[in-house]
Ligand binder design. Structure first.
Ligand code: H2U
Length: 349
């Protein structure tokens, strides 16, 4: 019988954050592709676009004028998915038809007034201002008594449904823990109660020993392709120190976080020499006024591209009905990302 080789043989891997399994089929990475190809958006944008809703001084869709901002700019989403309004609600015990009102606040964070930039092309100092803004928003939004969780995220690229190329992210703050965060919290808590240590701290220590899934590292943060990654080039930024939320970061850690954010997004752009699409977001402790020693600050990047700038991975069929599946192994992806230059390709051309 052939000896098992994780680079060749189909196998399943466990995701301890979500308490889920994924299927890895490394032998399948060479299959031909005659399916959908994404079009590469031509990235020749002006520094200021008079028709952009997010550019400084311009009017938004509802007529409100943006300030003439010079670095980060935050405003309440004009088309918020959640509303602050409190409603009268009588709960009826119906286990198969559960429903409850949800309150929240949605914000848009413009990362820069420059319409033609994205995080990998911004200076580290400017990215640090974005991180500072996220900190301020975490404090401000979390101080509302009806806000228990603050989800900071970015949707980059039209493939990810992003409606505007202007560099920006969003923040959705709400009363309940959203499903992914709730699952993560349950796993982190169960591990912490059993071992009295952080699951991600223990995981990171082992990853740093093994080295084969590490993409980037600085004094305070590590970027790696998780052992259980589902998207082909999925990565996670994990803080080396065990702390629960963004406001626990020291000034030095804030700078190191900005540096590594630039580092991973530059590598992503360099992978296919294109403005690399992804959804990214920070997972951190809730703002529910309860102590959360189990939480360990981290950031996920879920990029959809598979083998080129035009062929994306679809989470369909078996993934929708069975479980997530990947072809190229996390170790192969990590090596590809690790070996890419750290200088943005546009600066080399
Ligand atoms: P996305 O590109 O990721 O969809 O984010 C843009 C957000 O900006 C989106 O949520 C908001 C949209 O509701 N927006 C405004 O609040 N005002 C506008 O004038 C345009 C877009």
């Amino acid at each position: 019988m052939t000896q098992f080789n994780h680079n060749e043989h189909p196998h399943r891997r466990y995701n301890p954050l979500l308490d889920e399994w994924i299927l890895v089929s490394p032998h399948r990475a060479k299959r031909p592709w005659q399916g959908q190809k994404e079009t590469i958006s031509q990235d020749h944008r002006p520094e200021h676009d008079k028709d952009c809703y997010l550019c400084a001084g311009n009017h938004r869709a509802n007529g409100v004028q943006n300030l003439d901002y010079t670095d980060c700019y935050v405003f309440e989403n004009d088309f918020s998915a959640l509303l602050q309004e409190e409603v009268n609600f009588e709960s009826k015990e119906q286990s198969l038809f559960q429903l409850k009102p949800e309150r929240g606040i949605n914000k848009v964070v413009c990362f820069s007034p420059k319409h033609n930039l994205t995080l990998p092309e911004m200076e580290v100092d400017a990215i640090e201002k974005v991180v500072q803004t996220w900190k301020e928003q975490y404090i401000e939004l979390g101080s509302h008594d009806f806000i228990n969780y603050v989800q900071i995220f970015e949707n980059k690229g039209s493939v990810m449904g992003c409606s505007n190329p202007h560099p920006h992210g969003q923040i959705w703050a709400q009363s309940s823990l959203p499903t992914q965060v709730d699952k993560t919290q349950k796993s982190l808590r169960a591990y912490y109660e059993k071992n009295k240590t952080s699951l991600l701290k223990d995981y990171l220590d082992q990853e740093l020993k093994q080295q084969n899934r590490i993409v980037l590292e600085n004094e305070h943060f590590v970027v790696l392709v998780p052992f259980w990654a589902t998207w082909p080039y999925e990565t996670m930024i994990i803080s080396k120190r065990h702390f629960g939320n963004i406001i626990a970061m020291s000034n030095e850690e804030t700078k190191a976080f900005a540096e590594i954010l630039k580092g991973i997004t530059v590598k992503y752009d360099n992978l296919f020499e294109t403005s690399f699409p992804y959804s990214s977001g920070i997972h951190q402790a809730p703002t529910d006024r309860v102590s959360h020693p189990e939480w360990h600050f981290h950031m996920h990047f879920y990029p959809p591209l598979l083998r080129s700038a035009t062929v994306k991975k679809f989470m369909v069929g078996y993934e929708m009905l069975g479980e997530a599946q990947r072809d190229i192994s996390p170790e192969q992806s990590a090596k590809i990302l690790r070996d890419l230059p750290n200088i943005h390709y546009k600066q080399n051309h």
